[in-house]
Design a binder for this molecule. Structure first.
Ligand SMILES: *[C@@H]1O[C@H](CO)[C@@H](O)[C@H](O)[C@H]1NC(C)=O
Length: 293
């Protein structure tokens, strides 16, 4: 019943149709082999369907991961992911963008597993100039292990939007005017990985990985990249003029998207660093914009 209401509600919010700030063209997937390489433990990655679908597996010896060959400065990046089913407690599956230097920028989706039948947590974070500590945590409105769902990042010089199946779950606005660094000049690669984090992931580390259930398998497809490839020189992207993600429609969420975000805030948010006064007695400056929601 709850599921039915959720479906109806999303329908009313227009999830079936596209918001004005959806990418202007259908995602073009880049074949895995063309753009990605294993980051470590390549023998724990399996390829299906001509390499259009891959599975990462974690056992007690190792996790695994992959990364893009190219680096990007701004754009729209998405993947379809089906998370580790059944007992996934202690495991973390991640999809993120990161630059490769010490004062790095990073945009993170981290899926924290759970015991069978208990809900995953989706944790997001943004690092700028090596500083993170901007966690937000939500439950999802569907079971992420039952099928593929879209997880995407829209990154331009105005905002970073995190979307799940076209529903914005977080926006990190450029608050340079408030003295907050914003990722703007360090190209990032796309990463994904699956590893054991049972010292913190599930119920704060109380639930340990049950290795008798290994291997733990997460599946991926739809490796969509539409960004400015900046592998050679970041300055290249600065000379390309305005791309679609810089246009007006993508500089902010539209009304419909704000309503969806408010819905996620009200019904699914379990932690937001912006409202954690014991950790941040004064609200971090960028959170003033977060509060508009
Ligand atoms: C796991 O399930 C417990 C009990 O329902 C819940 O408190 C917790 O938030 C869930 N997720 C994680 C990752 O701990």
């Amino acid at each position: 019943m709850a599921r039915l209401f959720t479906a109806l509600f999303l329908c009313l919010l227009g999830v079936a149709s596209r918001g004005t700030a959806s990418p202007p063209r259908k995602p073009v997937d880049v074949p895995f082999q063309k753009n990605y390489v294993p980051t470590w433990a390549g023998d724990h990655i399996k390829y299906f369907n001509g390499g259009n679908e891959v599975q990462l597996s974690l056992d007690k010896y190792t996790g695994t991961g992959f990364q893009s060959k190219g680096s990007y400065l701004f754009g729209h990046f998405s993947m379809q992911i089906k998370l580790v089913p059944e007992d996934s407690a202690g495991t973390v599956t991640a999809f993120y963008l990161s630059s490769q230097n010490s004062e790095h920028d990073e945009i993170d989706f981290e899926f924290l597993g759970n015991r069978t039948g208990q809900p995953y947590i989706l944790q997001t974070n943004v690092f700028t100039g090596g500083k993170g500590d901007r966690e937000q945590r939500i439950y999802l409105w569907f079971d992420p292990t039952k099928g593929y769902h879209y997880y995407s990042i829209l990154w331009n010089s105005y905002q970073i939007a995190f979307l799940v199946d076209d529903v914005p779950i977080r926006v990190f606005k450029n608050s340079k005017d408030l003295g907050v660094r914003f990722p703007f000049n360090q190209p990032m690669k796309i990463y994904s990985s699956l590893w054991n984090a049972d010292d913190w992931a599930t119920r704060g580390g109380l639930e340990k990985t049950d290795w008798s259930k290994a291997p733990f398998v997460a599946s991926y497809r739809g490796f969509h990249v539409d960004g400015c490839e900046a592998s050679a020189a970041a300055t290249f992207c600065a000379t390309q003029g305005k791309r679609w993600w810089d246009q007006r429609d993508f500089q902010d969420l539209d009304g419909l998207q704000y309503r969806r975000l408010a819905w996620v805030r009200q019904k699914y948010t379990i932690y937001n660093y912006c409202t954690d006064r014991s950790r941040y007695p004064t609200m971090p400056p960028e959170c003033q914009r977060d509060r508009d929601v």
